[in-house]
Design a protein around this ligand. Structure first.
Ligand code: HXC
Length: 536
């Protein structure tokens, strides 16, 4: 081998047969190409991106992944189109940076669309890179995270762009329930592009910059005459509050990507591996006196169920899905005694905690996620029933409520139900009752489990007697007392095996932890079939 100095003084040109060291010319070319792919976006485009408070694809990956962990694939790939002046503009990366890295030391696969190159639009080469990284994620059993910031199908590449999207959707569905899939929307996500996030498990959006819609404001105006802004049509809050398309909404990219990291820290790598556990906390011995203070004894007094969740889980820490959509039900991931659990809870602070069409859809999807990935379910029940009304009936509450029922009936993960105060009617059945398969049902002594509340029941059962009575109010009070004494306590259900134990509220965390410990090795299966026909 030649000494270094000599090699620098007289670089060889081209590959020499028999030489293992690359020539200097080739190394320089490599360096130049590397720079070109790192700086694929024009300077003005990068400045514009920064001016909008947005980061470039690589800056985002730096925030998302552990330092120095990113391994990039196909960085030199670029399109081979010629029409519409495309032949003159062939930047490396083709507008998407793809590869793999780690989050808290655990492997993930990622792609980040780069708006500074062709507006992040998706053509044939761009799609091929995403397909590749999706295939790697599935084959390696690791979560897939897509950072979306794109003008959609690359117009110049015609149907090949649409074909590229189809390939993403197809892979999203194949990977569903096998690896966790997370979509992060950090800019436009228009047209059919919005269907990939919709097929994944979690969608993050950033206020101000993220938009999702099938047809943009111009098309809406042309068709309907109505002028709307991007944000009004499909901004983060629209999807975080109205449509439920966004699972999480954040004010800025930094917080958003930090939260993606936190979420990943709670998720299993795939459906065959357990969620990452932390050290046990000795929860089985815990007493939480605050629980008795948070929940009022009066059945109709509101309280914030999130405070109950805080008392139950480790460090009071949980990540809430769809915080502002259907807030009458809470869906959260947390750790309990070190193990990851999914919490579904009625929220008496909103609409008295009733279930409605949106709440049922929200909880159903969450239950199915937890079941697919082996995450035990803890269901906290305090529910007066389904929301009555013409709007709900016409909104299809039967169809949507059936989704939640179906999801619970199908779930084979460990399932613990805690009935805090009341559980009436169909909502009692749906909120993971014994009849639909919960493994362990715990009830507080104060609670009421019945077809309906005492007043309503007496009105139905004794309508004629009350109408004919000399003192209807006196009679009503008497009948209400009788009904309550006979039916409105947990022991009626406990005697019949529908409640396993009536627990002291302050020992709820301990009782749930012990129950989950008992169920840790649970194995249950569903009948062989192609798939069930979930009401959609
Ligand atoms: C090619 C595109 C592009 C696209 C943007 N660009 N979208 N190039 N195909 N779809 C380019 C622009 O020409 C521009 O290039 C650069 O990206 C930045 O775009 P701007 O328009 O300057 O940015 P901005 O003003 O921020 O507007 C962003 C935008 C707008 C709202 C996304 O670009 C837009 O409306 N684009 C078209 C969106 C669209 O209709 N896409 C097709 C959707 S249908 P220069 O060279 O000037 O920097 C679809 C079907 C998928 O996606 C179906 C799957 C089944």
């Amino acid at each position: 081998p030649r000494p270094n100095g000599r090699r620098h003084a007289a670089p060889a040109r081209g590959g020499q047969a028999g030489s293992s060291a690359p020539s200097m010319g080739r190394l320089r070319e490599r360096d130049a190409r590397l720079r070109a792919q790192v700086l694929a976006g024009r300077r003005e485009a990068v400045e514009r991106q920064h001016g909008l408070g947005k980061r470039t694809a690589r800056e985002r990956l730096d925030l998302l992944l552990d330092e120095g962990s990113f391994l990039e694939i196909e960085m030199y790939r670029r399109h081979r189109s010629h029409g519409l002046k495309m032949g003159e503009n062939r930047p490396h990366t083709d507008g998407v940076v793809a590869g793999s890295g780690t989050i808290f030391g655990r492997r993930v696969f990622v792609y980040a669309q780069d708006f500074t190159v062709f507006g992040g639009s998706l053509g044939e080469a761009h799609a091929a890179k995403i397909h590749k990284v999706m295939d790697l994620a599935l084959e390696n059993g690791a979560p897939l995270i897509g950072l979306n910031d794109s003008g959609g199908a690359r117009i110049q590449e015609g149907v090949m762009s649409l074909d590229g999207y189809g390939g993403i959707f197809h892979r999203n569905v194949r990977a569903s329930g096998v690896i966790p899939q997370i979509s992060v929307i950090l800019g436009p996500c228009a047209g059919g592009a919005a269907y990939s996030p919709a097929l994944t498990d979690f969608t993050f959006m950033v206020r101000g910059s993220a938009q999702m819609y099938l047809t943009g404001p111009d098309v809406v105006e042309a068709v309907s005459g109505r002028r709307v802004t991007h944000a009004e049509l499909g901004g983060a809050d629209v999807h975080g509050e109205l449509t439920g398309v966004a699972t999480f909404v954040h004010d800025d990219e930094e917080t958003c990507l930090e939260e993606v990291r936190y979420l990943v820290s709670l998720l299993p790598a795939n459906n065959l591996e357990p969620a990452p556990a932390a050290a046990p906390r000795g929860a089985a011995g815990d007493e939480r006196p605050r629980l008795a203070e948070i929940v009022p004894v009066e059945p109709n007094k509101p309280y914030d169920m999130r405070l109950v969740v805080e008392e139950l889980v480790d460090d009071g820490e949980f990540i809430e899905l769809h915080e502002n959509w259907a807030p009458n039900v809470i869906c959260a991931l947390a750790r309990l005694d070190g193990e990851v659990v999914g919490v579904v809870a009625n929220q008496p602070m909103v609409l008295a905690g009733v279930l409605d069409a949106d709440a049922a859809q929200k909880a159903a999807r969450f239950v199915r996620f937890c079941d697919a990935f082996g995450i035990p379910l803890v269901t906290l029940v305090d529910v007066p029933g389904f929301l009555p009304g013409i709007e709900q009936e016409h909104a299809g509450v039967i169809r949507h409520g059936a989704k939640l029922l179906y999801a619970y009936c199908e779930a084979t993960v460990p399932r613990v139900q805690v009935i805090l105060r009341k559980a009436y009617g169909g909502a009692y059945i749906v909120m993971d009752s014994r009849s639909i398969g919960c493994d362990l049902s715990l009830a507080w002594p104060t609670n009421e489990i019945a077809v309906m509340g005492a007043e309503g029941a007496v009105n139905v059962l004794f309508r004629r007697e009350l109408a004919a009575a000399a003192d209807p109010e006196g009679l009503r009070a008497e009948l209400v007392a009788e009904y309550s004494e006979q039916l409105m306590h947990p022991y009626y259900a406990a005697e019949r095996g529908l409640v396993d134990d009536v627990i002291d509220p302050v020992r709820t965390r301990a009782a749930v932890a012990r129950g989950l410990e008992m169920l840790r090795r649970k194995r249950a299966s569903t009948p062989q079939r192609k798939h069930g026909n979930t009401p959609l």
